[in-house]
Design a protein. Structure first.
Length: 126
C-alpha cells in the first residue's frame, strides 16, 4: 500500500516534506477533509501491529524502546523508498506518526497484559 503510486484528492499537491510538524499542521488545519484524515489515521495505524503483535510474536521485542527502534527502521525504509516512487512522497511527519502508532500498539498491549493479570508476558517463556 505504501509503495504503490497513489493519487491525492483532486486539487491536492503532495510533495516531499523534511520539515518536522509541517504535515501534522496540515492534518489539523484540514480536519474536515476525508483525504487528510485518511492520511493521518492510515499513518497512525500502519505500524500499530508492530507494537501490538511484535512483542507477542517475537519475545525479544518485549520492551517499548525495541518497538520504537523497529518502527523507526521500518518507517524510515518506507519513507526512503517513497522518494523514488511516482505519486508518493517521503515525509518526516509520516515517520513520526508511524512510530507513534507502533508505540500506541505497545501501550494497548500493556493495558491488555495488566487487564489479564499477566503484566510481563502474554506467553510463558521456557
Amino acid at each position: 500500500m505504501t509503495l504503490q503510486p497513489a493519487h491525492p484528492a483532486p486539487g491536492q499537491i503532495v510533495g516531499h516534506n523534511f520539515i518536522l510538524f509541517h504535515t501534522i499542521g496540515i492534518y489539523f488545519a484540514n480536519l474536515d477533509s476525508p483525504f487528510w484524515i485518511g492520511q493521518w489515521v492510515g499513518n497512525l495505524l500502519l505500524l500499530l501491529p508492530v507494537g501490538l503483535l511484535g512483542p507477542v510474536a517475537f519475545p525479544g521485542m518485549d520492551r517499548w524502546w525495541r518497538v520504537l527502534v523497529t518502527a523507526l527502521m521500518l518507517s524510515s525504509a518506507i519513507e526512503l523508498a517513497q522518494l523514488w516512487i511516482p505519486d508518493r512522497s517521503a515525509d518526516v511527519d509520516d515517520l513520526l506518526v508511524n512510530v507513534v502508532g507502533a508505540l500506541l500498539g505497545y501501550a494497548i498491549l500493556a493495558v491488555l497484559r495488566v487487564g489479564s493479570g499477566r503484566p510481563r508476558a502474554l506467553v510463558e517463556r521456557d
